[in-house]
Design a protein. Structure first.
Length: 306
């Protein structure tokens, strides 16, 4: 008899990966027109790798979509376009500028103006226009209290709104994807992951990420305890000044509300080491839109935000 084959023990990341692939395949099986939201950020990069493992060598059974505010980091947009081209997948870009031009939203003015809050209308319009009935997102429960309330299958009504009190139970990882006309599902395959899990997975899989996730010199200005990237057209408040600092970004998004952190981490291992010792979530430390009120994220989600 041949000797018994010893299997390597299942690691924590293996279990998370298996769960996420199961979720992706469930969405593809239960819903007719899914879409994967891809911003070029670390969480959506992980989603792309999971989709590869779930569906390759076939094409993804859904397109990719990015809601572009027009104020995104140039390095991230360049990475997004190159990665999509490498995969040979279809990318839909839903533009906040188009929503402004069409009168669907009104652009804010002043030094604290941001297009971030305008994304909700652009997202919901794109979902309706393409008749998507499910949207994969990279949200995780450890990011913020409102996201901790989310189910893996998060149901949105025919206005795109989220009611945290009317979500379905998910016993034994069984997901009910039945929806009525006009409703849709937001599916979060990495909901149970942490920021550390994401970075350890990126390191394990040797995934490329945009350069702004690593320490680099950048012109920034300090506001409300955060370091914002200086960009053409930004308005400074009294007492604010532009300086050059070594920073990296824990999360990427609209430049008007995304702050960097001072850092010397230039490798994946160094980033992981930083995350291990941090005691503040990435959104809590670097996202101004979550600081508007105690329930800022939950209020946006109820209106249809990611």
């Amino acid at each position: 008899m041949s000797p018994a084959v010893r299997r390597a023990p299942l690691t924590h990341l293996d279990a998370l990966e298996s769960e996420a692939i199961h979720i992706m395949r469930e969405v593809a099986a239960e819903l007719e027109r899914p879409v994967l939201l891809f911003s070029g950020g670390k969480d959506s990069i992980v989603l792309l790798r999971l989709a590869e493992k779930a569906f390759r060598p076939a094409r993804f059974p859904f397109p990719l979509m990015h809601v572009d505010t027009g104020d995104n980091f140039a390095e991230v947009i360049a990475f997004r376009d190159r990665r999509v081209a490498e995969l040979g997948e279809r990318l839909i870009v839903a533009s906040v500028q188009d929503s402004i031009d069409l009168g669907r939203v009104v652009e804010e003015r002043g030094p604290r103006a941001s297009r971030n809050r305008l994304q909700t209308t652009t997202l919901l319009d794109a979902i309706a226009a393409h008749r998507f009935d499910a949207a994969f997102g990279g949200a995780r429960r450890d990011e913020e209290r409102a996201r901790a309330k989310e189910r893996v299958f998060s149901f949105r009504d025919d206005f795109g709104q989220w009611d945290p009190k009317s979500q379905r139970p998910e016993l034994w990882n069984l997901y009910n994807g039945r929806i009525r006309q006009g409703e849709h599902v937001r599916a979060f395959p990495i909901s149970n992951w942490t920021e550390l899990d994401v970075w350890e997975y990126i390191a394990r899989e040797q995934l490329e990420v945009p350069s702004i996730y690593f320490s680099h010199e950048r012109e920034v200005f300090s506001r409300d305890g955060m370091l914002y990237a200086w960009r053409e057209g930004a308005e400074l408040l009294d007492g604010e000044a532009v300086e050059t600092a070594r920073v990296r970004y824990r999360t990427v998004g609209d430049m008007s509300c995304t702050g960097g952190v001072r850092s010397e981490a230039t490798t994946l291992d160094e980033v992981v080491a930083e995350i291990i010792v941090t005691r503040v979530t990435e959104r809590g430390e670097t996202r101004a839109d979550d600081r508007v009120s105690e329930a800022a994220m939950e209020d946006r989600k109820k209106a249809g935000y990611f």
